[in-house]
Design a protein around this ligand. Structure first.
Ligand code: NCD
Ligand code: ZN
Ligand code: ZN
Length: 353
């Protein structure tokens, strides 16, 4: 496929890392995801977090109900639920989650690492050993927010340090555990995932493929480009783009679309998270196109994720056309508004069906 291609038809992609929040705002964000993706891994960092199978099933019902109430074009959409790992998660809870058939993974948030992570794990290999044992046994993937929280570690180094302090010992003790390094942001992370032994993979967001840390400070502070892990230097963006467009099969699409109302981001202490559910495929296509690798997008968006999770790819397709898409300045978000990533910018691709 050459870069002068005008349309791009892909097996319907999935989003392997998504925040849809809860309550009324879900009706604002879910149709965006359902229009582009067949399935999405739903992050459990609600307040309070989704720590039990019962809570995950109830949350799933609320998501499906919210989708029922929305208008407009949408494909078949399946939420894939996750549990929020805490120091108190039990092995029995993992078995219940697996038996439910609706919970596809367990999420590790190091305590205090990111939005709504106060209930997260304080010492993974100290407190969660029995749970990790059962996850490894039943084939339940561990999804990691891969940053240390030690305030002595520079914020731009927290992912690389997490590899040495957590990933290497974890993989040593649980070599068969499926692990997804979520929202990968560094060259060190990409190298680690590409070369690690055993079932290790990573999701990559569109914003980490399109922007480096300069985007945070262009002419002044830009809160809508602030997420965690924070945008890094250009050399890291280039390494991520090489990983995403490469052939290892270990990297797949995870938007980390993380909606926060406009006022919560444009604040003295603004929330971390970029909203990309509206235009995720357009953003990814623009990134892949920038290096002449549109032909690698289907593996990244539609095949590698199902392959890792042991699921079939979706049966239908989506089509994008090479056409200007101007990203809206803001969108409704319940009673409030949200500013999408790249608001006001023009992308080179647009979904047509
Ligand atoms: C996410 C959120 O807002 O829930 N924020 C973010 O910056 N990525 C949490 C997360 O994925 O770390
Ligand atoms: Zn995270
Ligand atoms: Zn996230």
């Amino acid at each position: 496929m050459s870069t002068d291609v005008q349309t791009l038809t892909l097996i319907r992609p999935d989003d392997w890392h998504l925040h849809v929040r809860d309550g009324q705002v879900m009706q604002s964000v879910l149709p965006h995801t359902a229009r582009q993706f067949g399935r999405a891994i739903i992050m459990p960092n609600l307040q309070p977090p989704v720590v039990s199978t019962d809570q995950a099933l109830a949350y799933r019902d609320r998501i499906l109900a919210a989708l029922e109430g929305t208008e407009g074009p949408k494909g078949p959409f399946t939420p894939l639920m996750t549990l929020y790992l805490t120091d108190n998660t039990t092995p029995d809870e993992i078995r219940r989650a697996k038996a439910s058939g609706a919970v596809y993974a367990v999420k590790l948030y190091p305590a205090g690492a990111t939005t709504n992570s106060d209930a997260g794990v304080t010492d993974l290999l100290g407190k969660c050993r029995a749970v990790l044992e059962v996850m490894q046994e039943v084939g339940m993937p561990l999804l990691v927010h891969g940053e240390v929280t030690d305030p002595d570690v520079d914020i731009f180094d927290r992912e690389a340090v997490f590899i040495d302090r957590v990933m290497v010992p974890l993989r040593h003790d649980f070599p068969e555990l499926k692990v997804v390094f979520e929202h990968l942001t560094t060259r060190e992370g990409a190298q680690y995932v590409e070369t690690a032994d055993g079932p290790v993979a990573a999701t990559i967001t569109a914003h980490h493929l399109l922007y480096n840390r300069n985007a945070l400070f262009m002419g002044g502070v830009r809160p809508h480009y602030y997420c965690l892990p924070v945008l890094k230097r250009e050399k890291h963006r280039e390494a991520l783009l090489a990983a995403a467009t490469g052939t290892s099969g270990r990297f797949f699409l995870g938007t980390d679309s993380a909606p926060h109302a406009r006022h919560a981001k444009e604040a003295a202490c603004g929330c971390a998270g970029c909203y990309t559910a509206l235009h995720a495929l357009e953003l990814y296509a623009t990134a892949f196109d920038s290096v002449g690798k549109l032909d690698a997008l289907e593996a990244f968006a539609s095949l590698n994720g199902p392959g890792f999770y042991g699921l079939e790819p979706n049966a239908n397709t989506v089509t994008l056309e090479r056409a200007a898409m101007t990203v809206p300045a803001e969108l409704p978000y319940g009673d409030e508004t949200i500013v999408p990533l790249a608001a006001g910018e023009t992308l080179g691709w647009r979904q047509v069906q």
